[in-house]
Write a protein that binds this ligand. Structure first.
Ligand code: AVI
Length: 314
């Protein structure tokens, strides 16, 4: 097997009683490009909401940091940095002394981000890091420099509740007294608004999901026919969960060369691809308290669709 973890995860997921493929596999170069298109869709409100928060409330965020010496702004999974740039711009305008430390697993993403940031904010001091969040965070935790950690974009919504606790425990472990964590949470709202954001009429979200099958074909020698699958997404307003699926339209068998296996699908059988959980402010407070954090402030957009929630360690 050429890419052991991808092939192994696909094999485990496609032989499980409820077939599943982790949403982390959405983001190859093609999938990341489709996600950029999703963020531009009129139905996909989270990007515009968080852009508004970081553009208009940077000064409020800065005031709450209360750092008495130069600090680091450490960002996990920085993406294209367009939203973060709004916050960094305000910090620079306010005369804050800080370094920006974007962390991403993809060298390509980091290289593009650095070029982009240098173009728009020439005075910004950047210390990019390529690697996974936790090894990078451990590396930083030895230093006495105060840190603002950024986990933006509503990415926390893609974690199962049990995994949220594990993730926050890892963040918490590497944070020292006074450090802050700013996390983006998509909020519960009119269910129809959420449904449209995750099942758009132009079919961009469907293409995002189909790319998983195309990716298995490209990278693992799969034989998926995407026209034999459909996309289905469901929002449950009672628990705040959007769950997305691929649906097998016919009984079919698919061979994947790298795993050496044939996978059988019944008609209407599901492959679960993503959880995108929506929170209430009370749930956010509970998650923070459970994991050793205090909420300092919720920075909401004007429609109250999204919050960047600023926490400190207890
Ligand atoms: C990256 N993540 C926060 C997005 C979300 O809203 O859950 C991924 C996404 N999936 C479908 N549309 C966008």
């Amino acid at each position: 097997m050429s890419d052991t973890s991808f092939a192994t995860d696909i094999h485990i997921g496609l032989t499980a009683p409820l077939k599943h493929i982790s949403s982390k596999y959405f983001y190859d170069d093609i999938g990341s490009g489709i996600f950029q298109d999703i963020m531009k869709m009129p139905e996909y409100y989270p990007t515009a909401c968080e852009f508004e928060i970081l553009s208009l409330q940077g000064e409020g965020i800065f005031k709450m940091l209360d750092f008495d010496k130069p600090f680091s702004v450490v960002e996990f999974g920085a993406g294209d940095g367009v939203k973060t740039r709004q916050l960094l711009k305000t910090l620079i305008e306010k005369g804050a002394e800080f370094s920006y430390v974007p962390i991403d697993i993809s060298k390509k993403a980091i290289d593009e981000l650095v070029v982009n940031m240098q173009q728009h904010l020439p005075g910004l001091h950047i210390e990019p890091k390529i690697g996974n969040y936790f090894s990078m965070m451990e590396e930083l935790s030895g230093s006495s420099i105060p840190c603002l950690f950024l986990f933006l974009g509503g990415n926390i919504g893609n974690y199962e509740p049990a995994d949220v606790d594990g993730l926050l425990a890892d963040f918490r472990k590497n944070m020292k007294a006074g450090d802050k964590l700013l996390t983006g949470f998509d909020l519960k709202k009119n269910p129809a608004t959420i449904r449209c954001a995750y099942d758009d009429p132009a079919g961009i979200t469907k293409a995002f999901n189909m790319n998983l099958l195309n990716r298995i074909n490209r990278e693992l020698g799969g034989t998926f026919k995407t026209n034999h699958f459909d996309f289905y997404s469901h929002y449950n307003p009672l628990n705040g969960e959007v769950r997305s699926y691929l649906v097998s339209l016919v009984p079919q068998q698919v061979f994947v060369k790298e795993t050496g296996e044939v996978y059988t699908f019944e008609r209407n059988e599901l492959i679960w691809t993503e959880l995108s959980k929506k929170y209430s402010l009370q749930e956010i407070e509970n998650v923070a308290a459970k994991n050793g954090f205090t909420v300092m402030e919720h920075f909401l957009d004007c429609k109250h669709y999204f919050t960047d929630s600023l926490w400190t360690v207890v």
